[in-house]
Each structure stands twice: as structure tokens, then as C-alpha cells.
Design a protein around this ligand. Structure first.
Ligand SMILES: [Zn+2]
Length: 303
């Protein structure tokens, strides 16, 4: 959402509050990378992050890692499916129920009720479509670890009642470029210098504007998850705020909103954002803003 280069980490997600139980001996990002995600002057790069996700896939039965294929520069594009082992064992069934809810034409009310009763909500989260907003893909690794290890009531409810699909790096090529550039320059006077070329082989920052055209490989994978395969009930696209505005921006968008959208969508977004903001405030996060700054008249990328 902003072109400014940032080197200040801002944790963008309330799950960061960790109550790690480590019941399944799932390696933490700190153990794997040698530093905690978000630590000053430390960034994990995509090839190692892929190794990390493949490792926890072997260690935990709450995650299924899917390599959707190669990006323009040949790096894997991952989708991470996270839920209870029981839900992960019935993905086809959940998808069949979800298909009925997504397009209920010709389906009886009792079948719809059955789908609602027996399925789970599909929640997609994507991270780091703008590669210079470095916090998001780091946050993803920490959040995944939380979801694989926490056993408290809130997390068990999330796992039981939702299928989470993570796109842990929406532009893997750019993530690697930005982190490699940073690691060359960290500790020198050029430490905060921005990448001197675009962080995508073809379209740079316009990775999210490509949502309507889906010309790029990563856009096609994202669109496949969001618009053809799953059509989630909930989608959050994690960016990173710049250094000179609110620290945390959460839904809803500000007025004016597009009148063509169903009013219920905007009202539900109010609820959703209020819940996120309230949890952030409860957990002592400061600088949380919503209903401002980004209007509901903007382009919405993959939203
Ligand atoms: Zn952004």
C-alpha cells in the first residue's frame, strides 16, 4: 500500500501473542533461523522459509504444505493448509460443502443447512505481496508456529471451526531479492537503502494491481485459491505500514465506500475489524487504526 522502504518491524497480527505449548515438538522459527522473527536487523529469506515450512509439515499433523508450482524466477509458491488433523483429512468434503455455499443456485435449503452445520469457515491470509514490506512474511512463520503448538481454548476453537489457508509469501521472488539486498548491506552505511531495482521480474510494486488481470504466475496461484478453488468466507491480506502513519491498520475501510458492493459485506467488515482491533487493544498494542486512511473506493487488489 505504500512504496516507502521500511526497516521498522511492525507486527501485523494479533496471533503473535504466543502461548506456545509445544505439545508436538514443532521447531520454532527462532530455533530454526537462530533469531526470533521480527528481531532487529534479521530477516529470513524465502528458500530457508520454504525449508522451515516443509520441516514443520513433517513434525505436525495440523498443517499440510502444498507447493503450487514455480514463480517467474523458479522459487516455490506455497499454500499452507492449517486446521485440526480431522479437518485436514476431509479437505475434499469441506470443499464440496463450501462449493454449495459459494454458489447455492439449484440447491435446497436443507442441503445448505447441512453444509453450514458440517463444514468449517474458510479463512485465507496472504503475506508480503509488497516485498519491501518485510514484516509480513516473517510474521507468517511465527503465526504458523503458534497455530501448530498452541492448545488454549481460543486456538482450539479456531482450528476446529476454520480451515486456514496461508499464502506465506505472495511474491516469493521479491521477498528473496529484498532480503538478499538487505543482508548485503546490513551493518554498513547503506543498510536502509532500498532495493535499486523492481522487486518483481516484470511488475514490481504492482503485484496487487495485477489481481484483476492475473498476468503473473503468483497472481494466478492466488486467484486459484481465492476465486476458483476455495472462495473463502474471510480474507486478510497482510501488508506493513510505513514509518510515518498508524502502526496497525485493520478493517474496515474508510468512507466513501463503493455503493455497488452489498451493504452486508461492508457491515460484516465492520464487525470483523472491530474484533481484530479489540483483541489488539486488549493485548496492549498501540497505534491501531481502522475506518481511516484507505477508503472503500480504492482498488482492492485481491480483496
Ligand atoms: Zn503493501
Amino acid at each position: 500500500m505504500t512504496d516507502l522502504f521500511k526497516n521498522i518491524f511492525i507486527i501485523t497480527f494479533f496471533f503473535m501473542i504466543s502461548f506456545s505449548a509445544n505439545a508436538q515438538n514443532v521447531t520454532s522459527p527462532e530455533e530454526f533461523f537462530g533469531f526470533r522473527m521480527g528481531e532487529d536487523r534479521k530477516l529470513a529469506e524465502w528458500v530457508k522459509l520454504v525449508e522451515y515450512y516443509n520441516l514443520v509439515d513433517e513434525q505436525s499433523d495440523r498443517i499440510k504444505v502444498v507447493n503450487m508450482g514455480a514463480t517467474e524466477m523458479g522459487y516455490p509458491f506455497l499454500a499452507l493448509y492449517i486446521s485440526t488433523p480431522e479437518n485436514l483429512a476431509r479437505l475434499d468434503e469441506i470443499k464440496a460443502y463450501n462449493d454449495k455455499l459459494v454458489d447455492p443456485r439449484g440447491i435446497s435449503m436443507s442441503e445448505i443447512d447441512e453444509a453450514v452445520e458440517n463444514s468449517v469457515a474458510i479463512v485465507v491470509q496472504s503475506f508480503g505481496i509488497h516485498s519491501n514490506e518485510v514484516a509480513a512474511p516473517q510474521t507468517a512463520a511465527e503465526t504458523v508456529h503458534d497455530m501448530l503448538t498452541r492448545n488454549d481454548e481460543d486456538m482450539m476453537r479456531i482450528l476446529n471451526e476454520t480451515l486456514s489457508i496461508f499464502i506465506p509469501a505472495f511474491n516469493p521472488d521479491g521477498q528473496k531479492m529484498v532480503v538478499d539486498w538487505y543482508n548485503i548491506n546490513v551493518g554498513t552505511e547503506y543498510e536502509t537503502s532500498p532495493l535499486p531495482w523492481l522487486y518483481h521480474k516484470y511488475i514490481g510494486h504492482d503485484t496487487n494491481r495485477d489481481a484483476f488481470a492475473t498476468n503473473m504466475v503468483s497472481s494466478k496461484y492466488g486467484a486459484e485459491i481465492l476465486f476458483t478453488e476455495w472462495n473463502p468466507q474471510s480474507y486478510i491480506d497482510h501488508h506493513q505500514m510505513g514509518a510515518y502513519s498508524a502502526r496497525l491498520y485493520v478493517p474496515p475501510y474508510a468512507e466513501p465506500i463503493r455503493p455497488a458492493g452489498d451493504p452486508l459485506v461492508w457491515r460484516e467488515m465492520d464487525w470483523y475489524g472491530a474484533h481484530i482491533a479489540q483483541d489488539e487493544e486488549i493485548n496492549g498494542k498501540t497505534g491501531v487504526i481502522n475506518g481511516a486512511y484507505y477508503t472503500g473506493w480504492g482498488h482492492f487488489g485481491f480483496h
